[in-house]
Design a protein around this ligand. Structure first.
Ligand code: NAD
Length: 295
């Protein structure tokens, strides 16, 4: 695989483009929004500077990485030479189905079409194309340049040679691939999201406060971050929509999003991205401050 196209230049898309480009793949980064592309390039540059300062890369690698990335607002233009497309656009099923119909039309017939979706069915996305055997989940973790895992998800029709190719490619990026099957939430979010939801329910029912819940899980279970802080980091809207996928997919009430989570999302308290969730975030400060609402 030589040429990689990444669709969506947000939080995940810029990280995915960064990692491929750093390992010498030529990358076309595609977004409908030109400002998003500019922001993505600025973020990649900043992250490369950080790697350079830590002596994790050389100045030559930084320059080559930036040179390996081109940006496009036109999808047909951005995918015309792709051997692999990794879709990392907004988590919305109708949008992803539309993008995959377009990718099927404009990417070379031999290209593998991967999605970085956190929870949407790979089988359903694949069924929107005429090449379901070449569609697969390639689920990177945030922040992509730092996190080792790639959860690889086989759709119902994914061909074994496609799984083998994506596994080998993940290893070339110095990531650790883990292959799983396509059921709601796959593995990462099927296990993580009920834990986060249970932490929110414990807060809602008054069992303990924000700091106590996160401290128990950090110090008691050796988690690097407590579940409420992690929920803020992921985005409470994202947690809510993944829980909804689990709830709808399994039809089991144990996955129902906690009413407190629903209220916070409805009110726009989404965590780090909106400035407040369980904690309050001030630009430039690394201090972890519990939101006034939970004191
Ligand atoms: P984001 O909101 O930061 O970025 C999404 C980008 O997609 C935006 O720049 C938007 O302009 C672009 N976009 C929307 N429609 C498009 C289209 N038709 N064509 C091209 N670009 C389009 O989202 P994100 O957090 O980067 O998430 C992207 C995907 O990665 C989602 O499927 C999400 O579930 C998954 N994911 C997110 C995380 C996380 O922690 N944020 C972790 C793992 C997986």
């Amino acid at each position: 695989m030589q040429h990689i196209s990444v669709i969506g230049a947000g939080t995940m898309g810029n990280g995915i483009a960064h990692v491929f480009a750093q390992h010498n793949y030529s990358v076309s980064l595609v977004d409908v929004s030109a400002p998003a592309l500019e922001k993505a390039l600025a973020t990649i540059q900043q992250n490369l500077d950080r790697q350079l300062a830590r002596e994790a890369i050389t100045a030559e690698v930084k320059a080559q990485t930036l040179q390996n990335i081109s940006t496009h607002t036109s999808l047909p233009e951005g995918v015309k030479n792709a051997s692999l497309v990794v879709e990392a656009a907004t988590e919305n099923s109708e949008l992803k189905l539309k993008i995959f119909r377009e990718l099927d039309q404009h990417a070379p017939a031999a290209a593998i079409l991967a999605t970085n979706t956190s929870s949407i069915s790979i089988t359903r996305i694949a069924a929107a194309t005429k090449r379901p055997e070449k569609v697969i989940g390639m689920h990177f973790m945030n922040p992509v340049p730092v996190m080792k895992l790639v959860e690889i998800i086989n759709g119902y029709a994914t061909a074994p040679e496609v799984t083998t190719a994506i596994t080998a490619l993940s290893e070339k990026l110095h990531k650790v691939p883990c292959v799983v099957n396509d059921y709601p939430g796959f593995i990462a979010n099927r296990i993580l999201m009920p834990m986060i939801n249970e932490a929110i329910c414990s807060l809602y029912e008054g069992v303990a406060g924000v700091s106590e819940i996160d401290t128990v899980m950090k110090l008691g279970m050796a988690h690097p971050m407590g579940p409420l802080q992690l929920a803020d980091f992921i985005g409470l809207d994202v947690c809510h929509s993944i829980l909804q996928v689990l709830h709808d997919g399994f039809g089991n009430p144990k996955y129902a999003p906690c009413p407190l989570l629903v209220n916070m999302v409805t009110a726009g308290y989404l965590g780090v991205k909106s400035g407040e969730g369980f904690y309050k975030y001030t630009k430039g400060s690394k201090e972890l401050v519990v939101s006034e609402r939970f004191k």
